[in-house]
Design a protein around this ligand. Structure first.
Ligand code: NAI
Ligand code: MG
Length: 354
């Protein structure tokens, strides 16, 4: 029995999570895996009604009573500066110490890639993962404003990088490369402009690399890497980087394989409950239109299944999405005419057919 906590959240979050839940259920039935779901009504509605964002009791239960958390998205125009969303999302990431933000970008259909065909005419085969550090960097919120709203304003956000924090994410990237048989790990930083903070990344990267002599390594400045990712995305398999740079790099890599409608991510720390989510936000512009693409959420469910060890479920969910894309079963963001429900139904029917 795999226990999954569902946090639909705001906007299109609940709609796409409902599809992902059903897909997990159906794929689970086929593979003999039973899922027990429980929904947590966290999000803007709950916050506006009660003033609560991530209550201690909910946090305690999420931490100890589940194998995985599937989150839709949080963010609502009714809440100024999305403070509830920060509390929930960063609260879970930080308080559970989910230091690995795992962001795969695999091209699931050739026409999802916005790049022109390769010069050599070969099919594009983009298949990489960004390991984004998830608990440090500017996201810790250290800093402040002095003489705010005056012409003398000074505003600072500290970029926090610790030896332990850098080491564990770099190690996770190398371990993943070994597990998947990848030959090279790329580190992305800006050590030329930030010699202290990102110098630490370079030193730790070299230190960890010494334990994996059979893996080729390279360190790239983020600006150069962004260019090369557009020019030769097939070259990369495993990229490890800091929280802020990872946020940015992974949006680019997501765009290379179809964009937010198909981008999924996982927040991980071995031995702890993992949190799985589509990369996209709550898309208030699409809420209640019924046209949000549910594929990213289904692919997040596939990552969930992989993490909980239900590999057959993971493969089935991925294949169902690949088949839907191939058959032209798509929502408008991918050039289709389908709805969240019709694409979801198609995926579930395909899973049911086995
Ligand atoms: P967004 O990801 O919600 O939307 C960006 C664009 O992508 C919009 O045009 C939207 O219509 C489209 N889009 C998003 N998801 C889609 C889907 N499933 N299918 C088709 N199109 C989709 O980002 P935005 O607009 O910057 O933020 C909206 C709210 O979401 C904000 O409150 C923001 O803070 C929050 N947010 C939450 C995240 C999370 O919970 N992890 C991540 C990013 C944003
Ligand atoms: Mg982002």
């Amino acid at each position: 029995m795999t226990r999954v906590a569902l946090i639909g959240g705001d906007g299109v979050g609940p709609e796409v999570v409902a599809v992902a839940r059903r897909a997990l259920e159906v794929a689970g039935e086929q593979a003999g895996v039973e899922y027990a779901f429980e929904s947590f009504p966290l999000g803007a509605e709950h916050y506006l009604e009660t003033g609560q964002t991530l209550p201690d009791d909910a946090f305690r239960r999420l931490k100890s009573e589940f194998d995985a958390i599937l989150l839709g998205a949080v963010g609502d125009p009714r809440v100024e500066d999305d403070s509830h969303a920060l509390d929930i999302l960063l609260g879970l990431r930080f308080r559970l110490d989910l230091y690995i933000n795992f962001r795969p970008a695999r091209l699931l259909h050739p026409d999802l890639c916005p790049l022109r065909p390769r010069p050599d005419g070969a099919e594009r085969a983009i298949d990489l993962v960004v390991f984004r550090e998830n608990t440090e960097g500017p996201y810790v919120g250290m800093g402040g404003s002095f003489k705010r709203d005056t012409r003398d304003e000074v505003s600072i956000n500290e970029d926090v990088n610790t030896y332990r924090g850098v080491k564990r994410i770099v190690q996770a990237a190398f371990d993943f490369a070994v597990e998947r048989g990848h030959k090279r790990v790329t580190m992305c930083d800006k050590a030329n402009a930030m010699p202290h903070a990102h110098g630490l990344w370079r030193r730790v990267f070299a230190e960890v690399a010494a334990d994996y002599p059979f893996i080729e390594t390279e360190a790239e400045y983020v600006d150069a890497l962004m260019m090369k990712l557009v020019q030769y995305p097939e070259r990369y398999r495993v990229i490890v980087t800091s929280n802020l740079l990872g946020d940015i790099v992974s949006d680019l890599t997501a765009a290379l394989v179809g964009g937010l409608g198909v981008a999924a991510s996982a927040n991980l720390h071995a031995g702890r409950v993992g949190m799985f989510e589509p990369v996209h936000g709550s898309a208030p512009d699409l809420a209640d239109t019924g046209t949000a693409n549910p594929m990213a959420a289904v692919l997040a469910a596939a990552l969930l299944a992989e993490y909980t060890g239900d590999l057959a479920v993971a493969r089935a969910l991925e294949s169902a999405v690949v088949d839907a894309l191939a058959e032209g079963v798509r929502t408008p963001d991918l050039g289709g005419v389908g709805s969240t429900a019709s694409v979801g139904d198609w995926i579930c029917d395909r899973l049911q057919a086995g």
